[in-house]
Write a protein that binds this ligand. Structure first.
Ligand code: AKG
Ligand code: FE2
Length: 324
């Protein structure tokens, strides 16, 4: 089996630095924490911050170039074609330049780690085919899915729930979304690139073409700007992971603010859990941590988000399945 190197960087702003401080007493010389030595680093980062930046060598430079070319290719299509990307699942369809987020446009491939998923999308966009697009999307999605698995196995090892984790991984579906943000025009105040939110996924892995914009809110309420760098993948817990972990893992609020005069392209691989009830692992329940969430189905939760109750709720995951 191919082994990928993953380094959890801890040097991005105060946000990530505070993760570093946890380990400072054990290591004096370097600020990179290797997976073998500190498998619990991922778990701690997700509990404390809900996010960390992984430097991951599973996406070689050629694939990196190819996937951003693919992204440009899809956004260059006429709007009439892009709107053909519909979905029965909320938040999975094409979304473009809405009045609340006029700079933002996104389109996604469901089941992007499967040939069928990628072919379905490619044929919809390019009925006469686009081999380069299909190849890059599938390879990129598979590589990022591998990073997701590495992270989840690290987390599971720390919690002692390796078996349940494999079941969860077996039911994980990857949706790859291409995102594009225009630069703000004129001087009449900056419209948001993306409004503040927490993710509706189990986990999200973000990667951008090195244009700043993403900001993450700390538990203390401070917005931290994420500095993009090559090979950096932002691993972030979604609301569903928070509930699954019995509230131990934090799902951070984040947003995109466009500043400079460059368009921003980013990629998000969103993991959803299909065909398996989300259930808090027994090991994460004890006297000090009574169960805080009922079992639930991730896709039913997605549909709940569009109900009037879900839309009104300040924290839909809690209104949906929190035990009072
Ligand atoms: O473009 C980004 O970096 C963030 C996108 C995001 O937060 C989302 O799609 O949920
Ligand atoms: Fe997000």
């Amino acid at each position: 089996m191919k082994r990928h190197k993953i380094i959890l960087y801890t040097e991005y702003g105060t946000y990530i630095k505070s993760v570093f401080q946890l380990y400072k007493q054990n290591r004096s010389e370097d600020r990179k924490i290797h997976r073998k030595r500190y498998p619990s680093q991922a778990m701690h980062a997700l509990e404390e911050h809900g996010v960390f930046i992984a430097t991951y060598n599973g996406v070689p430079q050629e694939l990196e170039d190819a996937i951003f070319l693919a992204s440009q290719d899809v956004f260059d299509l006429p709007t009439e074609v892009k709107v053909l990307s519909t979905s029965d699942t909320p938040y999975h369809a094409y979304s473009g330049k809405t009045p609340v987020m006029p700079l933002y446009e996104s389109i996604g491939i469901e089941n992007a780690t499967t040939t069928e998923g990628v072919e379905f999308f490619t044929k919809l966009m390019w009925p006469s085919g686009n081999e380069n697009f299909g190849k890059s999307a599938l390879m990129f999605s598979k590589a990022v899915a591998e990073l997701y698995q590495i992270v989840m196995r690290m987390v599971a090892k720390s919690y002692g729930i390796e078996e349940q984790c494999e079941t969860l991984l077996g039911s994980s579906v990857q949706n790859l979304r291409f995102m594009k943000y225009l630069c703000p025009q004129g001087d009449g105040g900056n419209p948001p690139g993306m409004l503040p939110h927490t993710d509706i996924s189990f986990m999200t892995i973000l990667h951008d073409k090195q244009v700043k914009g993403l900001q993450i809110k700390t538990k203390e309420g401070q917005w931290i700007e994420v500095d993009p760098s090559p090979s950096s993948f932002i691993v972030m817990a979604g609301d569903v992971c928070m509930a699954w972990s019995n509230g131990r893992i934090h799902a951070p609020c984040h947003r995109v603010i466009m500043q400079g005069n460059q368009e921003r392209y980013s990629l998000g691989q969103f993991t959803f859990i299909r065909g398996l009830n989300i259930q808090i692992p027994q090991k994460l329940i004890d006297e000090d941590h009574p169960p805080r969430f009922k079992d639930f189905d991730h896709y039913k939760y997605l549909h709940y988000l569009l109900t009037s109750e879900g839309m009104k709720s300040e924290c839909p995951i809690k209104s949906y399945c929190k035990i009072n």
